[in-house]
Design a protein around this ligand. Structure first.
Ligand SMILES: Nc1ncnc2c1ncn2[C@@H]1O[C@H](COP(=O)(O)OP(=O)(O)OP(=O)(O)O)[C@@H](O)[C@H]1O
Ligand SMILES: [Mg+2]
Length: 389
């Protein structure tokens, strides 16, 4: 039962995910949607962030960010509070100026353009709708400012209402809408101006879990339908994994890793990324030679290569990849310290040589049992060791 798996295998997990042939499929309402059809290497670069830094009163909050954002990409900035996600979006949108660096759209700098002349539009964390206007007028606002013809405005608003599933709501006051409905109005209001890039700053943060999950699927579907680039900000790793073509993991004003959800999950670059994206067992080890790694005083086959002989490394093993086996032939032996039922699986803690291993298993163990642990070669991930505080 795992989220991501190697090629040629088909797996169905309990959280609405099917994996097959290296693609991840989500199913809801019995419809299966492929989420892995974006090819970043072949896509055209739309927006570039070059060596971007930002200082507020002597406090450096962006420390030289370089990033390419592609056409039609669903890109997510993921990172903890204060790491600089909103600041980056505000600089792209033109609400803040960088201290140094550049923002380039289709080859030309847009730093000198005011926000309303930039090919981007923003949906903020708080919906910022006009409370005294009804749904129609809120969505029509930008087009009215641009003096668009009334008939064209009407066609476009009705089209947007259909897209965000609010047909028939045009005369409702926005105050009378639920949080999810207000958020859809905010998205429609931004999309109607047909920006090349839509910036979304934690747009689902205020919604309860169920509504948030529904909106995640809807947003993703909308992005595909309109075929524009989304830059989406969240600090929720599950949301990032579900929605994104590309995840940018940020920390403390720096980018830690850029990759597809599968790359980020399966091949985290460092301890920070591994810990931020789901739970991990991180074990100190030595790369003996290509495809052979030593940890817990035993040598294991793995699929990684390219490290120096006997290089010290960190081994990452996801809790769902550790298998509990009879102790007799096991290389790793430990004692079960705790077993917690988590609904879909048991979370089992096993102590090996004084260290804690977390295992997710659908089979139950007993506290105090002496058990063996095993892991498939492809589920052992090797990371460069680095000093991250
Ligand atoms: N106008 C400002 N003046 C001074 N400091 C600021 C200003 N705006 C942001 N900061 C600081 O910059 C850092 C990054 O803030 P930012 O809003 O980009 O974080 P974030 O990643 O969006 O966090 P969150 O997840 O909490 O929204 C924070 O330490 C914040 O206090
Ligand atoms: Mg923010």
């Amino acid at each position: 039962m795992k989220l991501f798996k190697k090629k040629e295998e088909v797996n169905i997990s309990m959280d609405n995910t099917v994996t097959a042939n290296n693609n991840v499929y989500l199913f809801s309402n019995n419809k299966i949607k492929n989420t892995d059809n974006f090819n970043r290497n072949q896509a055209k670069t739309l927006l570039e962030i070059r060596n971007l830094s930002k200082e507020f009163n002597g406090n450096i909050v962006l420390k030289g960010i370089n990033l390419e954002i592609k056409e039609n990409e669903f890109m997510t900035f993921l990172g903890p509070s204060g790491c600089g996600k909103t600041t980056t979006l505000r600089i792209i949108a033109g609400f803040d100026e960088p201290t140094s660096g550049d923002v380039v759209f289709e080859g030309s700098s847009i730093l000198n353009l005011p926000p309303y002349e930039r090919p981007v539009n923003t949906v903020f964390q708080k919906y910022a709708l006009f409370p005294h206007m009804n749904v129609y007028d809120n969505i029509a606002f930008g087009l009215k400012m641009m003096k668009t013809h009334n008939d064209e405005i009407k066609d476009k608003v009705l089209h947007m209402l259909k897209m965000v599933k609010l047909e028939g709501f045009e005369h409702r006051n926005v105050d009378s809408l639920s949080g999810g409905q207000q958020q859809r109005v905010a998205i429609a209001r931004a999309l109607i101006l047909e920006p090349k890039v839509l910036l979304l700053d934690e747009p689902l943060g205020a919604l309860d879990l169920k509504l948030r999950q529904e909106m995640q699927y809807e947003l993703k579907e909308m992005q595909r339908k309109v075929g524009i680039t989304f830059i989406f900000v969240t600090h929720d790793q599950e949301e990032a994994l579900t929605m994104s073509d590309t995840i940018v993991v940020m920390r403390d004003g720096l980018i830690q890793q850029v990759g597809s959800p599968i790359e980020i999950y399966n091949e985290p670059k460092n301890r920070y990324v591994a810990n931020f994206i789901g739970e991990s067992n991180i074990i100190e080890g030595t790369m003996i030679e290509d495809y052979k790694v030593k940890f817990e005083n035993e040598v294991f086959d793995c699929i990684d290569r390219g490290f120096k002989p006997n290089q010290d490394i960190d081994v990452v093993i996801r809790p769902e990849d550790l298998l509990i086996i009879p102790k007799d032939n096991a290389k790793i032996i430990g004692v079960v310290e705790s077993v917690i039922f988590k609904g879909v699986h048991y979370e089992i803690c096993v102590i090996v040589n004084g260290k804690e291993y977390v295992i997710h298993s659908t089979d139950r163990s007993k506290v105090g049992d002496i058990v063996g642990l095993d892991v498939d070669a492809e589920d052992i991930h090797i990371m460069e060791k680095e000093m991250v505080g």
